[in-house]
Structures are given as C-alpha cells and as structure tokens.
Design a protein around this ligand. Structure first.
Ligand SMILES: C[S@@+](CC[C@H](N)C(=O)[O-])C[C@H]1O[C@@H](n2cnc3c(N)ncnc32)[C@H](O)[C@@H]1O
Length: 203
C-alpha cells in the first residue's frame, strides 16, 4: 500500500491530477459560495491544494486578499507554481505545518480522510491557523453514508483512508472548539450521496 502523498505524486506523473479539477469543480464551487457568503474580505489557505486549481479559482473572487495552497506532494506544488506565478504554494505535511500568519478561512477538498488522526489537524487549524471568527470548510466524498465510495481504499491501495460517519465529522469540529457547525451534502444524484461539506466558525 502507498501513502496518500506517494499516491498523488504518481497522479501528477501520469496526468491524472487534472481529472480532479473536472471531478471536484462543482462541489468546490459550492464550498467557495460558502467562503464568500459573508461578503467580507478574506485571506485563505487551501489545505491539500493538489495542483492548485482551486487556489486559482478562489483567488479570482473580489473579496479574496490572498490565497495560499499547501500540499505534501512536491510534484503537485511544482505544478501549481508553474501554472500560477501570483498565488503562494507551500510544500509541507499538513500533520505538522502551521502558517506564519493566521487566516480568515481554511478550505479543503478531498483531503481530511487521508489523515490517521483528523482530530489533531482540525484542533491545530482551530488553534494555530485561524483568526478569531475564522472558518474551516472541508469537503469529503469518502464517508460512511455514501456507499458508492466504500470500496475506494481497495481500488486505490492508499494506506490511510478514514471512513467516518457524518456525525463523527461534525463531532471532530465541535470537539476542536468550532461553533455554528453545519453540514451539507452537495451535488447528490441517485446513489451518489454527494460531497459532504462541514463548516465551523472559531467564535
Ligand atoms: C484527492 S487530492 C485533492 C487535491 C485538491 N484538493 C483537489 O481537489 O484537486 C488529495 C491531496 O491531499 C494531499 N495530501 C494528502 N495527505 C497529505 C498530508 N499529510 N499533507 C499534505 N498534503 C496531503 C495529496 O498530496 C493530494 O494532493
């Protein structure tokens, strides 16, 4: 079995990373709608930004003051930097990295189940990444109530994939101290139960 970072570095080598923009575009657009819903200016970090396409997308929003992408795959970050000379990209393991300056929003798509201990990272984001009133908004397709994803770990051979229930995800946010925790299932269709998006505010 390969680690999540090794797996996604291979995706860059064979061009499979470009498919993520296509597959994640609709739910990420919904996440960005939540990001801009307050109509306030914001600095944002995309945690596990892959090749940076969502960083470039959110950076176009009129209220976005700065956008930064962080990813553990050196190849993803190299590609992001090649495609974008404006925004900031950092190669780092999210298990241990903290930003120098706190931000208003942290967003993420299809990353948080690749951690052995997602509670630790959510706590870290609450304590060290976000300003007061800052928000964490994450999307995951791999969750218990979405049975179509249940065989993904077998299919992909990725070593860490945490299959949590919706309630478990919202509880991780609450335990970290987030208030006003909400969940959405965006872009559901038939058997596909949609992208689970969980948001919380550091009040
Ligand atoms: C499914 S991809 C999603 C990428 C991007 N958010 C998107 O929607 O296109 C998961 C990403 O998380 C990154 N990742 C996984 N575990 C990580 C870790 N511990 N630290 C940093 N990045 C990690 C991988 O390198 C990969 O780029």
């Amino acid at each position: 079995m390969k680690s999540p970072i090794e797996t996604f570095s291979e995706w860059v080598k064979n061009g499979k990373d470009d498919g993520m923009e296509k597959n994640h575009y609709e739910p990420v657009s919904k996440i960005i709608e939540l990001v801009i819903s307050t109509d306030k200016k914001f600095n944002i970090i995309d945690a596990g930004c892959g090749n940076g396409w969502a960083v470039r997308l959110v950076a176009n929003e009129k209220n976005c003051k700065s956008a930064c992408g962080v990813d553990g795959s050196q190849l993803m970050i190299q590609k992001a930097k090649k495609n974008d000379l404006i925004n900031n990209y950092i190669h780092a393991d999210l298990n241990t990295w903290n930003p120098i300056t706190k931000v208003d929003v942290v967003m993420s798509m299809e990353v948080f189940y690749y951690f052995k201990n997602p509670q630790k990272i959510i706590n870290n984001i609450f304590n060290y990444w976000l300003k007061p009133n800052g928000r964490l908004i994450i999307g995951v397709d791999f969750y218990y109530e979405n049975p179509q994803c249940h065989d993904w770990q077998k299919q992909t051979g990725v070593s860490i994939m945490n299959l949590l229930k919706i309630k478990e995800w919202t509880n991780l946010f609450k335990k970290a101290g987030f208030k006003d925790v909400k969940k959405h299932q965006f872009c559901a269709s038939g058997e596909w139960k949609g992208t689970l998006v969980v948001e919380g505010t550091k009040i």
